[in-house]
Design a protein around this ligand. Structure first.
Ligand SMILES: C[S@@+](CC[C@H](N)C(=O)[O-])C[C@H]1O[C@@H](n2cnc3c(N)ncnc32)[C@H](O)[C@@H]1O
Length: 280
């Protein structure tokens, strides 16, 4: 397992937004550059108590969170298997056998876990590529031509170039420009960098973008290293889908008001949206 960050608060926002998008857009294709493992044995440490475990506790008290498919799926995987579902398994759970998948990860154990769960869920059109995700997804876009498919780009390092010469950021630009639905994740560890990913992407693509950003307030402390904030950038989606993601982001910030951070100090979340780089 190469992904040690599963189930943290950053995953909660990324995955809650991704699940809204998948449910509402129902794409016939789903490609992911950095898929990780399908599922992760849950750890009950301070990070997850602030992340997925707190989310499940507070979601019942929030209309938008209580009815979210993300809540239903994560609760069922945690209760039934003691596992946290990663983005690829969430996609498999929402889209089922109706979609075609390309799930990429360089890590052999992550690729094996993706294969295992694609088999358990009897998916007939699920390609797992133990390969550079940017090159594999770029080729997938060319193969699929005008056929709709959603691309999820979730890199550790947006500027690291893979074997095909593309960085994750370059690929996101290409996806947005070609009119394919895009979900792009970013993180930052200084509040001054909050708008950076959105401003940068806006400068490189003609596609209108929406960015939903959650910044953790208070002193993060070691337990939440490495980030003070994170967000998702969406392109080429319906207005209703974007509005649903905004409602979930606002509900998350409300549900975390007065939360204690993993180190016990008081904190909370600020939710900010931007449209094509401008704060809304
Ligand atoms: C943050 S994790 C992915 C988490 C997953 N998308 C989710 O949300 O549940 C990042 C993954 O990227 C993989 N990775 C790193 N560089 C890669 C590359 N160039 N192509 C494909 N996978 C890569 C790592 O092995 C790791 O499993």
């Amino acid at each position: 397992m190469a992904n040690r960050h599963f189930g943290k608060l950053s995953d909660v926002w990324k995955h809650a937004a991704l699940t809204e998008v998948l449910e509402r857009e129902a794409p016939r294709g789903y490609a992911e550059t950095h898929a990780g493992s399908a599922a992760y044995p849950i750890a009950r440490d301070a990070e997850r108590r602030f992340g997925i475990l707190r989310f499940l506790d507070v979601a019942a008290g929030s209309e938008a969170l209580a009815r979210s498919r993300y809540r239903a799926i994560t609760a069922s995987w945690l209760d039934g298997h003691g596992l946290y579902p990663g983005s690829a398994l969430l996609a498999m759970s929402v889209l089922g056998d109706a979609a075609r998948y390309l799930l990429c990860d360089l890590d052999p154990r992550s690729a094996a876990d993706l294969r295992r769960w694609a088999g358990e869920l009897s998916l007939h059109h699920c390609e797992i590529a133990q390969a550079d995700g940017m090159a594999a997804v770029a080729a997938w876009l060319d193969r699929r031509g005008g056929q709709p498919g959603l691309v999820h780009v979730d890199p550790f390092d947006p500027d690291a170039c893979g074997s095909g010469g593309y960085s994750a950021f370059d690929l996101a630009v290409r996806v947005a420009d070609r009119g394919f639905p895009l979900v792009y994740w970013y993180g930052y560890d200084r509040p001054a960098d909050q708008a950076r990913a959105c401003t940068r992407l806006t400068a490189r693509t003609r596609a209108p973008l929406w960015c939903g950003d959650l910044m953790v307030t208070g002193d993060l402390g070691r337990a939440t290293t490495p980030g003070t904030g994170f967000g998702v950038i969406l392109a080429n989606l319906q207005a209703d889908t974007v509005a649903a993601c905004a409602a979930v982001g606002n509900a998350l910030a409300d549900a975390y008001a007065g939360a204690l951070l993993p180190d016990g100090s008081p904190g909370g979340l600020i939710f900010t949206t931007r449209t094509s780089g401008r704060a809304a």
